[in-house]
Write a protein that binds this ligand. Structure first.
Ligand code: AMP
Length: 600
């Protein structure tokens, strides 16, 4: 299609008229980042001026930044707990937002072991949709011809609950996939998925994955890009294929769907799609039977141009495995978002994962940045030292900041907990490298376990050792992503007082389970419902191992006075040292408890 030259963009020549508009929008927003931010804050403060929360700070109708910053405090989720609890319990008065809270989005970040509840309003769906609509126009600048085929995306809905006051509580993507924005999206040749909505929306994760995989196999030549939200999800799909290819091939051969797929809408949908195709079935068997699965992605889907998965942040640990299965296909990280707010996108999505920078879109929320000293434990927010937050356009290249947001849904100066480093600017909008999330020790999928949670888990589990007169003298941990799904490994050094009565395998297995029971609900959901995390493992190491670890750290320059046992390790020489001292290894023998209902 010819593109009106008046609409051509500095980012590159757009692929079509729609793309031209999207790219122009990005240009406008990023050129005018300062004024857009000013407008966004004024809009939020005007519409929410009568909320209980904002009236507390006596802004008296002011909508300027100076007044806002001087009167409204910077907060964390814990500070908002009472308000959120009231909304969850059914208080419909305008507590945080003048617009009614339409539902809660359940974050993968937790508070007291349960997912955080993020209030949202209806119109936020439009804002999320707007950000999504910018992704393909940018991608089309880098990869031509994506309208000639389809995307095989493994997308899932997760369980939802209602709060005592009757509001839905569910993950942001579940909310999006179930919305009309997604379900009745207009046809867009650049954004056609192999998965039918029925497969994406099926609440049973096995049936959903199975049917998405079969569609991907049926249309293997049309597939131009393969994706999931996070890298761990795509690897889970590959593992699923490893476990289920025989049945999948049989279905393809006979044209009749596995009887385990019982969802009526799926059966109806597949009655139309699935026809006997012995040749394809034979191909699937032939490829999957090979000893090596190296490059399996491009063998089965030979036209794949890139993998669309987030491999920044904690997901970087999966890059080598993805490279192995895909034969080194480019990895595209397209966007940066959260339950609280969608933040921005990567304007150069085919860059190397280590070079990914996200450009925050100034229309999504009002953004502030809390300077973060890379080596400090964080900035103390006390009344004596009011934090100096920096505005979006004023951040400095090379510096690290914690992201603080003020949203249309009513979060005011809310600390997201992400640490970002400025890498440059697109027009006047800064671009950020995602450095890490604060306080996350272990993560396999969307779970985030902090040091305190691990400590409690070890304490709870080690109670089982008391009757054996045994205690845990030291421990550390590791997210093992060599297995699919990955799993937590906790190294224990034990003090066994009576070697005749030392704890046996069964006891240590129960310790594994006790640790899992202590971990937060996102972890347990990953174990029980999503099968995204494997059984926790305890590796018992020889006595003296942690002293050796200290000697090693000191030999590399650590101060003997300040040495602390790292509660999580990933540095290869340390892993090698620990693994060479393992005397026994034990896995959790069962699933921990988890239900969609919150405990509180
Ligand atoms: P949730 O609240 O469960 O939606 O999780 C949102 C969090 O996931 C963000 O605050 C980040 O810590 C992380 N996240 C989201 N997008 C990215 C990304 N592109 N790269 C790295 N981390 C991300």
């Amino acid at each position: 299609m010819a593109v009106d030259s008046a609409l051509s963009s500095p980012l590159g020549p757009p692929a079509c008229e729609n793309d031209a508009k999207a790219l122009q929008f990005i240009e406008e927003m990023t050129r005018n980042a300062e004024s857009v931010q000013q407008r966004v804050l004024a809009e939020i403060l005007t519409r929410n001026s009568q909320t209980e929360y904002l009236t507390r700070f006596k802004l008296n109708g002011a909508t300027d930044r100076e007044t806002f910053k001087s009167k409204v405090p910077v907060i964390t989720y814990e500070d908002l707990q009472p308000e959120i609890q009231r909304i969850a319990n059914g208080d419909r008065s305008p507590i945080l937002s003048a617009h009614p809270i339409s539902e809660f989005l359940t974050s993968s970040g937790t508070s007291a072991g349960e997912r955080k509840l993020m209030p949202t309003i209806k119109e936020e769906l439009d804002r999320r949709q707007l950000l999504y609509s910018l992704l393909m126009p940018v991608m089309n600048l880098c990869v031509p011809g994506l309208d000639k085929g389809k995307g095989l995306y493994f997308l899932f809905v997760k369980s939802e609950t209602r709060t005592p006051g009757g509001l839905l509580a569910r993950p942001v993507l579940t909310s999006y996939y179930k919305s009309d924005h997604f379900k009745t999206r207009p046809y867009d040749p650049y954004n056609v998925y192999t998965s039918p909505n029925e497969a994406i929306l099926c609440p049973d994760s096995f049936q959903s994955m199975y049917t998405q995989m079969i569609c991907g196999l049926l249309e293997r030549h049309q597939v131009l890009r393969l994706g999931a939200v996070f890298a761990s999800g795509l690897l889970r799909a590959i593992r699923f294929l490893q476990l289920n290819w025989r049945q999948l091939a049989q279905d393809i051969e006979t044209g009749s769907l596995n009887p385990d797929i019982t969802d009526p809408s799926l059966r109806e949908c597949f009655a139309k799609i699935l026809k006997p195709n012995p040749e394809l079935a034979e191909f699937v068997r032939h490829e999957c039977l090979k000893d090596s699965w190296e490059g399996i992605v491009t063998r089965i889907w030979p036209n794949t141009k890139y993998l669309d998965v987030i491999v920044t942040g904690a997901m970087a640990q999966y890059i080598p495995t993805l490279d192995y299965y895909s034969g080194g296909l480019p990895l595209a990280c397209t966007m940066y978002a959260s339950s609280e707010c969608y933040f921005g996108l990567n304007l150069n999505p085919m860059c190397k994962p280590s070079e990914v920078s996200y450009t925050i879109m100034p229309n999504m929320a009002y953004f502030e940045f809390l300077p973060h000293e890379p080596d400090s434990t964080g900035v103390t927010l006390t009344p004596d030292s009011p934090p100096k937050l920096v505005d979006l356009v004023d951040v400095e290249v090379g510096k690290e900041y914690e992201l603080v947001i003020t949203t249309y849904a009513g979060l005011c100066r809310y600390r997201v907990g992400d640490i970002l480093r400025v890498t440059g600017f697109h027009n006047s909008a800064p671009q950020f490298h995602f450095v890490r999330r604060k306080n996350v020790l272990l993560s396999i999928d969307s779970d985030k376990t902090d040091e305190a949670e691990l400590q409690t888990a070890v304490e709870n589990a080690s109670r089982l050792l008391r009757e054996f007169d045994t205690s845990v003298v030291e421990y550390t941990s590791y997210a093992d992503t060599k297995t699919i799904p990955g799993h937590y490994v906790v190294y224990w050094e034990l003090l066994v007082k009576d070697s005749a009565n030392s704890p046996k395998n069964e006891v240590l297995q129960q310790c594994c389970l006790a640790m899992e029971e202590s971990l937060n609900s996102v972890y347990r959901q990953g174990r029980v419902a999503d099968n995204s995390i494997g059984p926790l493992e305890i590796r018992v190491v020889k006595n003296g191992t942690f002293e050796e670890l200290m000697d090693y750290a000191i030999s590399r320059g650590a101060s003997i006075n300040q040495y602390k046992v790292p509660r999580c390790v990933s540095f290869s020489p340390i892993m090698e040292l620990l693994d060479s001292r393992v005397v026994s290894s034990h896995f959790s023998p069962a699933l921990p408890h988890w239900t969609p209902d919150r405990r509180r």
